[in-house]
Write a protein that binds this ligand. Structure first.
Ligand code: ATP
Ligand code: MG
Ligand code: MG
Ligand code: MG
Length: 439
């Protein structure tokens, strides 16, 4: 992409309304724009990141055996009356009437709708287990939308829903998502710790929030510090092997980790002082087993092996890709701007032409641009007439993993300059060596 043709509305000044660094940097880097309180447009640079995050989430859901579909954002109130949640949900639900005065709502979550879809299509235990998910915009009329896309009213969510014949099967489905989440967050360059979370009226121990430690997090969390060094399950995990999944979950739940709601001060204080981590955290994912809470009132039954109808056991599993974009910035930035992990960077390389109009520099840039893009590498090519200082500031701000600079002086000596955004010195290399380092 040539910067001269792109849409990158950079702000030089820090916007006053932004209280936390990710919000400031997303606005300054031209990733998002607020259109109403808690409602954002994703500008081209932001959308690239959001899509990359969603793609990683999708790959790991698919790997774990979940199946993608897409449900609408608007739902009928009557569907929520079946589960009893229409009145109970409260003010976070945006309620709408259509021209026929039919009551509708903008979905804050999809348990009811997926249960309706499931019951219309599945009749026998032989069709189980199933896990269906979508990545769709949600609306929650948050009391205090703040911190940009971290707590917005409209936000993107991946929500998966599992269906099993019994509690034992449901535990395996739960474990699949638990392991998929560990892999997902690690691939996004994050250390997310699964913490015991409140299960609400259903009880049991099957709910975990996946938390990233960050000073600006809204939750207070308590955990054993060794979690920060735990290994991520490999891509070769057998998602069809319940014992292998259980072993991973057992290990990742073997040490203390709890959110404020579930905190047991006594158990935590019993740990050695050095092992205790009491910190702020960002909830980036939440998994939940809720048994037959929806299948009973909504009559999602299957015929069991004994020929009798039985309500399915369900779980739901959420991840917030839009919140993650901000969380990744909270975890990776410096005074100059964002430092993207390679996996979600909007472009891999920022190619800077220091003297557009200089035939040799233009030709060298075009050549590098063609070779990199030819290898499938996303390049943002700054071919504009801005001053060098401003070009560098923009590149630092938007945080692309590699910065490749071409100018007349270096070129006369046969070199270009390559620098890693995450750190390390700028190196003067031949164009071939620079390409080899990137590719
Ligand atoms: P929170 O405690 O932050 O209000 P929640 O517990 O209400 O979140 P869930 O219902 O568990 O959220 O939704 C699953 C995921 O959706 C969350 O873990 C989070 O990543 C994302 N999410 C929820 N609410 C928002 C929001 N207002 N803005 C952005 N992402 C959100
Ligand atoms: Mg909430
Ligand atoms: Mg929560
Ligand atoms: Mg939650």
């Amino acid at each position: 992409m040539r910067l001269s043709r792109y849409f990158l509305p950079i702000l030089r000044e820090a916007p006053k309304e932004a209280e936390i660094v990710s919000h400031r940097l997303m606005l300054r880097a031209g990733m998002i724009r607020q259109e109403a309180a808690g409602i954002y447009a994703w500008l081209p640079l932001g959308l690239r990141v959001l899509n990359k995050i969603a793609d990683i989430v999708r790959e790991e859901q698919n790997r774990a055996g979940a199946v993608e579909l897409l449900m609408p954002t608007l739902q009928l109130a009557d569907l929520w009356r079946e589960s009893g949640r229409y009145d109970a949900y409260g003010e976070e639900m945006l309620r709408i009437k259509d021209r026929h005065e039919r009551e509708m709502l903008y979905g804050p979550t999809n348990e009811e709708m997926i249960t309706e879809i499931f019951r219309a299509g599945v009749r026998s235990y032989k069709d189980l287990p199933k896990n269906l998910y979508h990545i769709q915009w949600k609306f929650r009329d948050e009391r205090r939308p703040r911190f940009g896309v971290m707590r917005s009213r409209e936000f993107l969510m991946k929500d998966a829903y599992s269906f099993d014949l019994d509690a034992e099967g449901a535990r395996t489905s739960y474990n699949r998502m638990f392991v998929a989440y560990l892999r997902t967050f690690a691939r996004l360059g994050l250390k997310a710790i699964p913490m015991r979370a409140d299960t609400g009226p259903i009880g049991g121990d099957l709910s975990h929030e996946f938390i990233i430690l960050a000073k600006t997090g809204e939750s207070e969390v308590f955990c054993h510090k060794n979690f920060l060094d735990f290994d991520t399950p490999p891509a070769s995990v057998d998602f069809d092997d319940p014992a292998a999944l259980q072993a991973i979950v057992d290990r990742w739940t073997s040490l203390y980790a709890a959110t404020e709601d579930m905190h047991d001060a006594g158990a935590f204080e019993a740990l050695a002082a050095d092992d205790r981590l009491s910190a702020r955290g960002i909830e980036v994912g939440h998994i939940f087993y809720f048994g037959t809470k929806y299948s009973v009132p909504m009559k999602a039954f299957v015929t069991g092996p004994d020929g009798r109808d039985t309500p399915v056991h369900m779980g739901s599993y959420g991840i917030g890709p839009s919140r993650l974009a901000a969380a990744i910035i909270e975890a990776g930035h410096d005074d100059a701007g964002i430092i993207w992990p390679d996996a979600v960077a909007p472009f891999r390389v920022g190619l800077v032409n220091l003297k557009p109009g200089d035939a040799a520099v233009d030709a060298a840039c075009e050549d590098l641009y063609a070779k990199l893009t030819g290898q499938g590498i996303d390049v943002l090519y700054d071919d504009t007439d801005e001053r060098a200082g401003s070009k560098f500031a923009t590149m630092e701000l938007i945080g692309l993993p590699w910065r490749l600079v071409v100018g007349p002086k270096g070129l006369a000596a046969g070199t270009v300059e390559l620098k890693r955004r995450a750190g390390g010195a700028a190196e003067q290399l031949s164009p071939e060596s620079a390409l080899a380092a990137i590719i």
